[in-house]
Design a protein around this ligand. Structure first.
Ligand SMILES: Cc1ncc(COP(=O)(O)O)c(C=O)c1O
Length: 387
């Protein structure tokens, strides 16, 4: 009955994790998966989240509306947009993490052809490398790939402008803030202003996948990247995640927001999103939204200061690892956030994995927030060895 099906590969990040778990080398290092761990390699949960969990009132597990928890959505919209949040013009939808926010946007777009004038598959402009799952989530679009970095491994702004001009009426996917995954190389604020104008001129719909708010520099600094696009772009939406910046990974908390021209359009969009939810999950996990509401209302300052410590720690780990590496890696010092691409060949990545039990993504992306105290010297020593 299922003869036509083939066994598929599991996602390379999770496959790598399984391989790491099975490795018996006591010196093994996991810089593959994008998780913030403490310097001893222990799973990290924000204190404010622990405190909020202690305050959740577990006396009502009945269904919520399909849109999700409205209090959480209003708090989150304000978190990302500040004073620019206009509840009459922003369509709100809770999602199961950032992945699901992207998925909902893709489904909404594919089913309803938001731009209306596109007869063929809608086009999405997706710079590479990107978070691997983007290519799966948007596989039913016509994916136009272009390079996020230039030949000197610097951010390739001119290529973004060229692609937007060459592909009017498409969707442009951007990573939010200062934490591009996997390169760590980002737009400047003034580049975003220019890009927004070009997108408007070419009717390009901007979708921002914002998975690391507060993990670049700070909430206020990171969100400026979104605020510019939100103010300037005529057509834009953004998906958010609380996996990394609130350590809620497997609790699955996120949201999708779409800019509309007023209450009517907002209601139409929300009803479409709610129908997508009804047909798939039917109801959303509200527990993590309640936890986050308590953080917003009672422990917000604690969260901000803890995020500050996490950011400083990531920056320090970047510096500690990159400092003793040869000059060919110095471009990585411009990067921000958890990730960087070492620019190693597949053979070098494989040698590091098979000979030294150092696990990084096949494209040589490493997660600086996965490097433990005991790993720095070991990593530097062995990366140098395979060059
Ligand atoms: C760029 C990007 N978007 C979205 C996500 C998805 O996050 P979540 O676990 O909330 O689905 C990730 C996670 O690694 C990511 O790196």
């Amino acid at each position: 009955m299922f003869e036509s099906l083939q066994k598929l590969q599991i996602d390379p990040i999770f496959a790598l994790m399984q391989q790491y778990e099975r490795d018996e080398n006591p010196q093994k290092v996991n810089v593959g998966i994008g998780i913030y761990r403490d310097i001893k390699g222990k799973p990290f949960v924000f204190d404010c989240i622990k405190k909020a969990i202690g305050c959740v009132r577990n006396n009502n597990f009945e269904y919520e509306s399909m849109g999700g928890n409205q209090q959480f959505l209003a708090h989150t919209a304000k978190l990302f947009l500040g004073e620019d949040f206009d509840s009459e013009k922003l369509s709100l939808q809770q999602a199961c993490g950032g992945t699901h926010a992207c998925r909902l946007f893709a489904d909404l777009y594919l089913r309803n052809n938001i731009l209306g004038s596109v007869k063929n598959k809608p086009k999405i402009l997706l710079s590479t490398p990107s978070w691997g799952n983007h290519f799966g989530i948007f596989k039913d679009f016509e994916v136009v790939k272009f390079s996020h970095l230039d030949e000197n491994k610097a951010f390739n702004f001119s290529e973004y402008l060229a692609q937007v001009q060459a592909h009017p009426n498409s969707v442009l996917l951007l990573h939010g803030g200062r934490t591009h995954n996997p390169t760590g190389e980002n737009f400047t604020l003034s580049q975003l202003e220019i890009l927004a104008e070009k997108c408007n001129e070419n009717q390009v719909f901007v979708f921002v996948d914002f998975a690391y708010l507060g993990l670049g520099k700070s909430i206020l600094e990171d969100r400026k990247y979104l605020q510019i696009l939100y103010k300037k772009c005529v057509q834009m939406a953004f998906g958010v995640s609380f996996s990394k910046n609130a350590s809620l990974y497997k609790q699955r908390l996120g949201a999708l927001f779409i800019k509309t021209n007023g209450v009517n359009e907002k209601e139409i969009l929300e009803s479409n999103q709610q129908n997508l939810i009804r047909e798939s999950l039917s109801n959303l996990p509200i527990y993590p939204a309640e936890v986050m509401n308590i953080v917003f209302e009672n422990f917000y300052e604690d969260w901000v200061s803890e995020l500050g410590l996490v950011c400083a720690d990531i920056a320090l780990r970047r510096k500690r690892l990159l400092g003793p590496l040869p000059a060919r890696f110095s471009y990585l010092k411009n990067g921000q956030g958890m990730f960087g691409l070492l620019g190693l060949s597949q053979a070098q990545v494989l040698e590091l994995r098979e000979v030294y039990s150092i696990y990084m993504m096949a494209d040589s992306r490493i997660n600086f927030a996965g490097v433990r105290e005991q790993d720095f010297d070991y990593l530097v020593h062995n990366i140098k060895k395979v060059l």
